[in-house]
Design a protein around this ligand. Structure first.
Ligand code: FAD
Length: 531
């Protein structure tokens, strides 16, 4: 095992992590940036569109729009910070060379022919490289915490290319590890975006919340394959004049495409109805229908829309995770020195989110986390030798979960595929108590058959097995939270509880670790979600 020391560790090189690292550097601290090269940042794929006070669109309006979109479940202090700080945080982007232009409700990154998300990450990474900020390519596995559980002492990471573990002594870790849309086989995100940071924070003693709220983009184009396929989100402006066809049946009206295009239903409702067209067939025939998008009247509007190849298989795809780690306004969690930023934060949006607010959340929470951690004292007060001993014990425990020689022991890659399928069939856009029980039962079968079998013992297989352990944890948090919330709100639809129930459920479902077991409760009122 390699041992290192760092003033502060920032995990993740999406917008939140890069912003936190740059802010720390500018405040005189020396961050070490860790990123998993196998998990591309959502930021790099994004459209580069930010919700932000500009011109006639005020911060107050942004705040109120966020609350309304989120079914009044956003943590108000986080939503307010996002709205009020966005214009100042924008300046950090511009200082790093990101060119932006105002829009009606925010600003957009100027790509000058390049994808805006890549411009965003490229400029920020360039600024960090220019400043000499160190980077380590590895999978952050566990946050190390002092024996009393109160504060961070280090981080344990797995370096796949060197096939070895790295123990880093540090008093502060910023987890900016993004979301978990990769729990589902069909996603606009990277399939390996499966919520590793949420799992690490949870094991360290932090609390998760709002995990039942998963956003699906309603119409994405691609081809399903063994691994799920690669899906490209289609903008609403490309859908005018299009027909949705399932088998021989025209399902345009049933799926609500015209209602969506003229604003009578939102993207969440459209996604749910298209999902029903696909999954309705699945329930009847045990096979999924293919829904294709075709031009309607050849002279109709949109039939010639640029960029759409027709007919093309389409479906809703998992896009964004609204749940995450419970934190205060600077990302601080109940574990001193453990701070979260970006999509890994719980509560910025509530039960649904506004377009453009994913990047704004990442920018503002990264900026605030950086400023907060810059003010924390350096040093852990724990000798690096002690941290390394603790890390070795963690490695021993986790490797025991990966070294089965029993015939029939699950292979990590197979387990992840089975879980993804169960999430899509039973815990996606339409949920019931029975479906969620079926999803949980699939997880239980895998857990009962563990430890995993890593026959080859290669670093690729160990990396996959670590990911699989996190997938088990995060999928269970989603399933159990969805089962706990007995109403429909925002992105969470329970066919057995189709109404929104404000009297009972204007609350956050929280997931905690109690005596080594996952335990759920609902926190009363809207706020505070105490750190
Ligand atoms: C196709 C697409 C388009 C989008 N377009 C927009 C848009 O136009 N506007 C908008 O507001 N939002 C958009 N979003 C959402 C937005 O991109 C995200 O909310 C935002 O980028 C999240 O930023 P982040 O820094 O929190 O996470 P990410 O950008 O996902 O970065 C996470 C980082 O963490 C690293 N990581 C994860 N786990 C580990 C680990 N265990 N160890 C080490 N590193 C790890 C990853 O490698 C990655 O570098 C879009 C999303 C998608 C998928």
């Amino acid at each position: 095992m390699l041992s290192r020391e760092a003033d502060v560790v920032v995990v993740g090189s999406g917008l939140a992590g890069l912003t936190a690292a740059l802010t720390l550097y500018q405040s005189g601290r020396a961050p070490l940036l860790i990123r998993d090269p196998e998990t591309p940042a959502a930021t790099a794929r994004s459209g580069g569109w930010f919700r932000c006070a500009t011109g006639g669109y005020t911060a107050e309006r942004h705040f109120l729009d966020t609350l309304a979109a989120g079914g009044y479940l956003a943590q108000r202090s986080l939503a307010r910070a996002m709205a009020e700080d966005a214009p100042s945080a924008r300046q950090l982007l511009e200082a790093a060379g990101v060119r932006t232009r105002d829009t009606d409700t925010g600003f957009a990154v100027e790509g000058a022919g390049r994808p805006p998300g890549e411009v965003l990450t490229g400029c920020l990474r360039g600024a960090l490289e220019g400043a000499g900020v160190r980077t380590l390519e590895a999978l952050a596995w566990d946050v190390l915490v002092a024996p009393d559980g109160g504060s961070v002492t280090g981080l344990l990471a797995y370096d796949r290319s060197a096939a070895g573990w790295v123990a880093i002594t540090t008093p502060a870790v910023v987890l900016a590890t993004g979301g978990a849309a990769g729990l589902y086989p069909y996603t606009s995100h990277s399939p390996s975006a499966t919520g590793d940071g949420l799992a690490a924070a949870f094991r360290a003693g932090a609390v998760l919340a709002d995990m039942e709220f998963v956003q699906f983009w309603p119409v994405a184009a691609g081809e399903p394959d063994e691994a799920g396929g690669v899906w490209r989100c289609l903008e609403p402006r490309l859908l005018g004049g299009m027909r949705l066809v399932s088998g021989e049946r025209d399902v345009t009206e049933d799926a609500g495409l015209p209602a969506f295009l003229d604003g009578r239903i939102g993207p969440g409702e459209l996604a749910r109805r298209i999902y029903e067209q696909v999954m309705g067939q699945f329930a009847a025939r045990q096979e999924e229908a293919t829904v294709v998008l075709t031009p309607g009247d050849p002279s109709g509007p949109g039939a010639t829309a640029a960029g759409v190849i027709v007919p093309v298989p389409v479906r809703p795809v998992a896009h964004h995770t609204l749940g995450g780690v419970v934190c205060g306004d600077h990302g601080q969690t109940r574990v001193h020195g453990l701070v979260v930023a970006g999509e890994a934060v719980a509560g910025s949006h509530g039960a649904d989110r506004l377009r453009g607010s994913g990047l704004t959340e990442a920018l503002v929470t990264g900026w605030r986390a950086g400023k907060y951690v810059a003010g924390l004292p350096g040093g852990t007060g724990v000798p690096p030798g002690d941290v390394e001993r603790g890390a070795r014990e963690r490695v021993r425990r986790v490797m025991a979960l990966l070294e089965s020689t029993q015939p029939g022991a699950p292979r990590p890659q197979d387990a992840v595929r089975r879980i993804a399928l169960a999430m899509w069939r039973h815990a996606a856009l339409v949920r019931t108590r029975e479906s969620l029980d079926a999803a949980q039962s699939e997880l239980n079968k895998i857990k009962r058959a563990m430890p995993f079998s890593c026959e080859t013992g290669t670093s690729t297989e160990i990396w996959a097995a670590l990911k699989a352990l996190n997938v088990l944890l995060v999928a269970e948090a989603v399933i159990r939270s969805a089962r706990y919330r007995k109403e429909s709100r925002g992105l969470h639809f329970r066919a057995d509880f189709p109404e929104q129930d404000d009297a009972e459920w204007l609350r956050h479902v929280r997931v905690k670790l109690v005596s080594g077991e996952m335990s759920l409760d609902a926190s009363g009122g809207l706020e505070p979600m105490e750190p």
